[in-house]
Design a binder for this molecule. Structure first.
Ligand SMILES: *[C@@H]1O[C@H](CO)[C@@H](O)[C@H](O)[C@H]1NC(C)=O
Ligand SMILES: *[C@@H]1O[C@H](CO)[C@@H](O)[C@H](O)[C@H]1NC(C)=O
Ligand SMILES: *[C@@H]1O[C@H](CO)[C@@H](O)[C@H](O)[C@H]1NC(C)=O
Ligand SMILES: *[C@@H]1O[C@H](CO)[C@@H](O)[C@H](O)[C@H]1NC(C)=O
Ligand SMILES: *[C@@H]1O[C@H](CO)[C@@H](O)[C@H](O)[C@H]1NC(C)=O
Ligand SMILES: *[C@@H]1O[C@H](CO)[C@@H](O)[C@H](O)[C@H]1NC(C)=O
Ligand SMILES: *[C@@H]1O[C@H](CO)[C@@H](O)[C@H](O)[C@H]1NC(C)=O
Ligand SMILES: *[C@@H]1O[C@H](CO)[C@@H](O)[C@H](O)[C@H]1NC(C)=O
Ligand SMILES: *[C@@H]1O[C@H](CO)[C@@H](O)[C@H](O)[C@H]1NC(C)=O
Ligand SMILES: *[C@@H]1O[C@H](CO)[C@@H](O)[C@H](O)[C@H]1NC(C)=O
Ligand SMILES: *[C@@H]1O[C@H](CO)[C@@H](O)[C@H](O)[C@H]1NC(C)=O
Length: 569
């Protein structure tokens, strides 16, 4: 544990030197409270996982945590397998309600596997992140090989987990975000073990040479705000307003003592460096709200209202371009408070310097190895290149002019330099080499993107569709970060409901050995958003959908929606 703290402290110190940049960005992960385990799964341990699947010289093993639910399983049914991603498994169980909802329809077993080096699956216990030699075993290939070993073992007699599935059991993998990347890669690498993958919001090509503009994340963030009625000028200019104010005595007095937010006593505004901290703090709220712009209240990252971006834009919708610096900051600060303090907690303060109190946007510094896991993956093989460029691209400030990889490298040295990281420990082309940036050798993949989700720009586009090989790229209007994988809800846009319905037609074919018709996907309907009390819908499949009413077919409507829907041939 001590090592974690030392590392974390270092991480914070050195990152401070490049605080204008938010390159090492978490996909979406909040520390979990382990006492709050989900009640709809049992925890079991696979006690014999090979540490290194790629050599026979090293026979060390570790314990991998698995959560499963076999309540609905009947022999002959498939396994729904969640490829755990960068965090404790609990949060994925909570955020992937669709697996529980569909399991009874399919007689399916539900199995979630925890990614090595996250949550309670620490191959070297408290020393997992202590040395390069240890953390070097944190790779996506090893994690996929863990999942392959687990699934293979589950079909053996007298196996580790004490429950044997028939040898011909079909498997569908599920995953959101990095978990979606893993799900898709799992099908690519182990097609004999998994019949198909449903990968939600997986930024599979947001990497060097992947053909994605580094600015697309913030471009889409900006679009989500503008489309929700925000005055672009307000967001685009608030950052300079903060810098202006943090440069003068009267400006600082206002920032330190205004009626919109109260700065934590430890992090007052003393100069422009602190102004940058305030900018980064508010920007994080703005970006995360776009990711979790869900139609009903959630507590995935912070307690949020339905459609948080719309609520935030209620504070940034004044018209015109003449505002004082204080007005600009007030408006964006109120919007940020939708994220940081929607519940209006009395005396809430903003601790804007993450070197002092951790990353407030994702629930503070957990202090565990999880905080180092994603940075490690970004500093080794999953090197994501992203930045804002301001101007016409987005409502943030320009950072793309700097050499992104150099900045990232500096950040990696800052975090892992003390255990000896240098540029020979990463490969910005690793994903390209390992998995490739096209789907020419793949099959049976459902790749969904949410139109509102900033990550949606980092995934494959419709030109990769290949229905003959079961590859469906589907951008869902009205959907944020893997909303499709969550528990169905009365407030879900009809587009999400319809996409789920059509995806399930595909899954039915994949789990049926005798399915010989290739499922085709119709265009999604034009979006309409239910105006009703938001409640989970349990066991509601097929949610009023049928093959006949599922698609819009007139070319006029299609043309109108062409910007938000990648048509599927
Ligand atoms: C690991 O760290 C935790 C939390 O500090 C502590 O409770 C536990 O005893 C440590 N385990 C070992 C094996 O040192
Ligand atoms: C499995 O999930 C269902 C639906 O959430 C739940 O009702 C049931 O209790 C769960 N079974 C176990 C063993 O947790
Ligand atoms: C689920 O199991 C029941 C009972 O064995 C069976 O009648 C039903 O057809 C199965 N459903 C599917 C989709 O296989
Ligand atoms: C599984 O265990 C049973 C009971 O101990 C034994 O009879 C059987 O041979 C074992 N099967 C295998 C493949 O080891
Ligand atoms: C996204 O980027 C494109 C190309 O630079 C630009 O035309 C568009 O206005 C941007 N969208 C927003 C909302 O900034
Ligand atoms: C910041 O200060 C500059 C220089 O005084 C001024 O031109 C600008 O309008 C101010 N506000 C913003 C939001 O840039
Ligand atoms: C903050 O403003 C209030 C009300 O204007 C004033 O009473 C108080 O002295 C100010 N505090 C500081 C630290 O400037
Ligand atoms: C801003 O203030 C902090 C705290 O006094 C100080 O550490 C830092 O060096 C200052 N930055 C600049 C650019 O003056
Ligand atoms: C801004 O949004 C708020 C809240 O939805 C609304 O009350 C107000 O009328 C809107 N203002 C403008 C100028 O559209
Ligand atoms: C908020 O601060 C005031 C004044 O310091 C204090 O009297 C009050 O108890 C605090 N409220 C909460 C909920 O902490
Ligand atoms: C990088 O670290 C390795 C040891 O991990 C060392 O052999 C190598 O010389 C280092 N390279 C540089 C450029 O420092």
């Amino acid at each position: 544990m001590r090592r974690f703290i030392v590392l974390a402290a270092l991480f914070l110190t050195v990152l401070a030197s490049s605080r204008r940049h938010r390159l090492l960005r978490k996909l979406l992960q909040k520390p979990v409270n382990y006492d709050d385990a989900p009640s709809n799964v049992e925890t079991v341990w696979y006690t014999n996982m090979r540490l290194d699947h790629f050599t026979w010289g090293d026979t060390r093993t570790f314990d991998m945590r698995v959560m499963w639910n076999n309540t609905f399983y009947k022999p002959g049914g498939p396994i729904f397998f969640y490829t755990g991603n960068e965090g404790a498994l609990e949060s994925f169980v909570t955020a992937t309600g669709i697996m529980f909802d569909l399991a009874p329809q399919f007689n399916a077993s539900i199995i979630f596997a925890e990614h090595r080096f996250y949550g309670k699956t620490m191959p070297f216990g408290n020393d997992s992140y202590a040395t390069l030699a240890n953390v070097g075993y944190l790779t996506s290939e090893q994690a996929l090989a863990d999942y392959a070993e687990l699934l293979t073992d589950l079909k053996r007699e007298n196996n580790t987990l004490g429950k044997t599935f028939p040898a011909n059991t079909r498997v569908i993998s599920f995953g959101g975000s990095y978990g979606g990347m893993l799900s898709a890669w799992f099908r690519q690498k182990y097609p004999h073990l998994v019949q198909g993958a449903w990968a939600g919001s997986a930024p599979l090509i947001y990497m060097h040479g992947g053909g994605v503009d580094p600015g697309v994340f913030d471009n889409i963030t900006s679009r989500t705000y503008v489309d929700n009625g925000c005055n672009r000028f307000i967001l685009a200019n608030a950052w300079n307003a903060v810098l202006n104010l943090s440069n003068t005595d009267t400006g600082r007095a206002w920032l330190n003592n205004n009626t919109i937010f109260t700065l934590d006593k430890r992090t007052p505004i003393r100069n422009q460096t602190d102004g940058w901290n305030l900018n980064a703090f508010m920007r994080e709220a703005i970006e995360y709200m776009a990711m979790v712009d869900y139609p009903y209240p959630t507590g995935f990252l912070e307690p949020l209202p339905s459609w948080p971006v719309k609520v935030a834009c209620g504070f940034m919708n004044a018209t015109g371009t003449t505002f004082s610096d204080q007005e600009l900051v007030s408006m964006v600060a109120q919007a940020s408070n939708v994220y940081y303090n929607y519940n209006n907690v009395a005396n809430a303060t903003w601790c804007i310097d993450f070197t002092v109190c951790g990353d407030q946007g994702t629930g503070g510094l957990g202090g565990g190895g999880d905080d180092l896991g994603w940075p490690w993956q970004e500093c080794s093989e999953i090197v994501m290149a992203m930045c804002a460029s301001g101007g016409a691209n987005d409502v943030f400030w320009s950072e793309c002019g700097d050499d992104i990889y150099q900045v990232l490298q500096d950040q990696c040295v800052g975090i892992f330099g003390n255990i000896g990281w240098n540029a020979s420990n990463w490969d910005i082309d690793a994903v390209k080499t390992l998995y490739g940036y096209d789907l020419s050798g793949s099959s049976n993949l459902i790749l969904t993107q949410g139109h509102l989700d900033p990550w949606s720009g980092g995934g494959y586009k419709a030109d990769q569709n290949n229905v003959a090989r079961g590859i469906y790229v589907l951008e869902i209007p009205g959907s944020a970060h893997h909303l499709d994988l969550r528990q169905p809800n009365t407030c879900d846009p009809n587009t999400v409901t319809n996409a789920r319905f059509q995806i399930i037609e595909i899954l039915k074919c994949w789990v049926n050995e005798n399915c010989d018709t290739i499922p085709v996907i119709d265009a999604l309907p034009s979006i309409s958003i239910p105006n009703t009390e938001c409640k989970d819908i349990v066991g509601g499949y097929p949610w009023g959908q049928s093959k006949q009413n599922s698609g819009i077919r007139t070319s006029v409507v299609l043309a109108f929606f062409s910007a938000i829907f990648y048509s599927i041939l």
